[in-house]
Design a protein around this ligand. Structure first.
Ligand code: ATP
Ligand code: MG
Length: 139
């Protein structure tokens, strides 16, 4: 069993896609083991995306991620990191496969609806960034 962190980004929440994204997880046998809505400060967004601090898009990305409410979820399942990233599609929606969340709903390389952890180490950091053990089912 593996865990990953999913975020429905401010554009996804703004476009009314919470139900759509959750529904895709439920239909894919991905178990939601923690979930909440919150609005990050710029500082919190900078901490979350610290790995990208040197990238040219860091300032814009952290402005975007703190521009409105997000929904964060911890997901559990077999191979769930890769499974979630497959459901999300490529970072740039133009390169994303048909039927993926980003292909279906994103309009911008930055405003791409969802986030998903990319490895077990980043998943552990990212889940711990938003949830304590009392908030995770089965923890
Ligand atoms: P995420 O980490 O959000 O799941 P990802 O792993 O597909 O996305 P990363 O390379 O980790 O992509 O980039 C993190 C986020 O930074 C992207 O989801 C996107 O919002 C933004 N981003 C990535 N590359 C660019 C870029 N070239 N220009 C603007 N924004 C970008
Ligand atoms: Mg990433």
């Amino acid at each position: 069993m593996e865990r990953t962190l999913s975020i429905i980004k401010p554009d996804g929440v703004g476009k009314g896609l919470i139900g759509e994204v959750v529904s895709r997880f439920e239909k894919s046998d991905i178990r939601i083991i923690a979930m909440k809505m919150l609005w990050m400060t710029k500082k919190q967004a900078q901490g979350f995306y610290a790995v990208h601090a040197e990238r040219p898009f860091f300032d814009s990305l952290t402005d975007f991620m703190s521009s409105g409410p997000i929904v964060v979820m911890a997901l559990e399942g077999e191979d769930v990191i890769a499974k979630n990233r497959k459901l999300m599609g490529a970072t740039n929606f133009e390169d994303a496969e048909e039927g993926t969340i980003r292909r279906d709903f994103a309009t911008d390389i930055e405003k791409n609806i969802v986030h998903g952890s990319d490895a077990p180490e980043t998943a552990a950091f990212e889940i711990g960034y938003f949830f304590n053990s009392f908030e995770i089912i089965g923890a």
